[in-house]
Design a binder for this molecule. Structure first.
Ligand SMILES: *[C@@H]1O[C@H](CO)[C@@H](O)[C@H](O)[C@H]1NC(C)=O
Ligand SMILES: *[C@@H]1O[C@H](CO)[C@@H](O)[C@H](O)[C@H]1NC(C)=O
Ligand SMILES: *[C@@H]1O[C@H](CO)[C@@H](O)[C@H](O)[C@H]1NC(C)=O
Length: 298
């Protein structure tokens, strides 16, 4: 009886501690220096939109010239079946950068609200040991798989040429979804001593709740997905269809504050789920930015 009472007491105590922890995970605004630290990566994400007919055009506009010390290593894709991508080294950020181009909102939205959307198991040799409960959008998985081995090859080469141990995968829109999958993939195929982080802009939901948990388990604290104001893309595909965001949201509010939103799909009105309850409350033009002062184009 005494034992029972003390274990009930312990349970209550654990409950209180958990409640306190949840409470303490407040929504907090980023400082101006934290916001500014994203700018080089926002430029890297926008640069993936700078293409000639066959490859990235490294001198096509102010966004792609905003990181003048960047050393491109490889690029690929065709902007049609496969989004353009590139790999290179940033001396000032001391990191290998991998970037994926996004797609026009008018092309992406019909894909994200398609009622026949399929969540497929991520049972690919690219992701060793992935539980069968982990499911992702089949189109995102197919495209990521098609460029993965090449990207891994060039990332390994860039890591060894420059003697760095950091990889940052960036992208906007569809490019953000591909970057999340690439970040996970690289985490499994690079030495554990290499730090892998993902910075996505206007990222759609990529998979189900088991996927979100799996991302948090392997890349926890290394994923940031930045959502601008009332952009519809981050609330798609809908949770009703079983899609779920991993942790790491930063939400840009109407006043231009960047709020760090703890947890997965934080329901607060300061975060996307609360601020944009449905696509009818959304604003399509917010998808391209500005993220800070930077818009997602060349
Ligand atoms: C970028 O690529 C797309 C798709 O291949 C193409 O339609 C477009 O013309 C390209 N842009 C330039 C400036 O060549
Ligand atoms: C790159 O973009 C610039 C500016 O738009 C253009 O003048 C140049 O011809 C492009 N280069 C290639 C290889 O397409
Ligand atoms: C990982 O990196 C460490 C430190 O550079 C090295 O000692 C180790 O052999 C590497 N492991 C693999 C599997 O390459």
């Amino acid at each position: 009886m005494v034992l029972l009472r003390s274990s009930i007491f312990a349970l209550v105590l654990v409950g209180l501690v958990n409640a306190a922890l949840v409470k303490r995970q407040a929504i907090t605004p980023l400082s101006s220096s934290q916001m500014a630290s994203f700018a080089p990566f926002t430029h890297f994400a926008s640069t993936a939109y700078c293409n000639s007919s066959t490859s990235i055009n490294w001198s096509c506009g102010s966004n792609c010239e905003a990181n003048p010390d960047f050393q491109p290593m490889a690029s690929g894709g065709d902007g049609d079946g496969t989004q353009f991508w590139y790999v290179g080294f940033s001396p000032s950020q001391n990191t290998v950068v991998v970037a994926h181009q996004g797609t026009a909102t008018s092309k992406l939205l019909p894909i994200l609200i398609d009622i026949d959307l399929i969540l497929e198991p991520l049972d690919s040799p690219l992701f060793p040991g992935v539980p069968s409960s982990v499911k992702v959008h089949d189109g995102f998985a197919l495209e990521q798989a098609s460029t993965a081995p090449k990207i891994l090859f060039y990332v390994q080469q860039t890591l060894s040429v420059h003697g760095t141990s950091s990889v940052t995968v960036v992208g906007h829109s569809l490019g953000a979804a591909l970057s999340l999958l690439d970040g996970l993939y690289l985490r499994f195929h690079l030495n554990a001593t290499v730090n892998v982080q993902v910075i996505g802009y206007g990222m759609p939901r990529v998979g189900n709740e088991a996927f979100a948990d799996w991302v948090d388990a392997h890349l926890g604290g290394q994923v940031t997905h930045i959502n601008n104001r009332r952009d519809p893309v981050p609330i798609l595909p809908p949770r009703l269809l079983g899609f779920h965001h991993a942790s790491g949201e930063v939400h840009i509010t109407d006043s231009g504050t960047w709020e760090s939103c703890p947890g997965q799909d934080n329901p607060s009105v300061e975060c996307t789920v609360g601020d944009v309850p449905s696509i009818f409350n959304s604003k399509e033009s917010d998808h391209s930015g500005p993220y800070g002062s930077i818009s997602m184009d060349c």
